[in-house]
Ligand binder design. Sequence first.
Ligand SMILES: Cc1ncc(COP(=O)(O)O)c(C=O)c1O
Length: 387
Amino acid sequence: MAVDFISKELKALQDAGLYRRLRRVEGAQDATLTIDGREVINFSSNNYLGIANHPSLAAAAKAAIDRYGCGSGASRLISGNMTLHEELEAKLAEFKGTQAALVFNSGFQANTGILSTLAGEGDVIFSDALNHASIIDGCRLSRAKTEVYRHCDLDQLEMLLKDAPSGARKLIVTETIFSMDGDEAPLAGIVELAEKFAAMVMVDEAHATGIFGSNGAGVAAKLGLGERVAIQMGTLGKALGGFGAYVAGSHALRDLLINRCRSFIFTTALPPVVMAMALSAIDLVRHEPQRRAALWENARSLKQGLRGLGFELGRSESPILPLIIGEAEKCMKFSEQLLARGVFAQGIRPPTVPPGTSRIRMTVMATHTAAHLERALKAFGETTAPA
Ligand SMILES: Cc1ncc(COP(=O)(O)O)c(C=O)c1O
């Protein structure tokens, strides 16, 4: 039968220890979660600041529904461009210190759409080897030649830039905080190379927005490089606790994307409630720096505790702590053992991470209490790392 391949593929995934299943969370997203009727401590979300269930976001969402209704009814270019879309874009531009911003329905759609708008056949994209799947797919979709440089390797990036055909449009794309390793890209060096070789720079601040920089605007802002990075993409669904994504940059960039970017044009606009949550989240991020302070203190404390237990945490420079286990099946067993001890720390396997580097990806939240961290360390201490 024509569909027989489906069960065969599933069996192959199972045999390779790569079969995935959905786990149901009952109730709201917080520092603890209810899974299978049991409360566990949540070390597996990108809700870094713990505001996904904040009363201010909820109140803003309810007020937006009362005033603007539920759905947006159409794409932005037809009749779906509502007051709150433009309000949020103005606020994002101010937050990021750019001329303009444009909201996307998700980070995945932003990356695929932006890359395929800004580069095409005959152009060259330079992409870090550990960039997110949405960046990889954006490179593919663009039909530009993609030069993948070794993770954070500026020397190789320089060689590749040197070798690029003259006349080709060049675009360097990198995450600023890498989602699965938690390390920071060498952005100052990337920007210098870009200027030397007349390349554009696009950053993905999905895991930096809300956390890095004195006002939470991200790594480019932290380093004072905002004006030298033309395309600053980020998400609204991680530290900002809601959903959706944005790109910040010039008026011209925004205009071109509105005119050419297929993942922006051919999709229903986000509903007003999503904009309202993001507007409220940006206020929290700006006016409550104590959340970032608590996050960093928790990250420091958990890192210290895990290292004290003998765990290697790689190059992490963020609240993302990767505990590399290696083989996929061992990694998932380790994660199950932790869950049995009340600690939800998801195992991450290929293709999300390279083969042989399956890992427990721990993420810290500002709202974890000292007792949560202690319980986690106890669980890790009791769980045998597979040989
Ligand atoms: C680095 C990075 N970029 C983009 C995305 C996609 O963002 P979204 O979840 O909003 O689609 C993610 C999230 O998984 C991510 O980690």
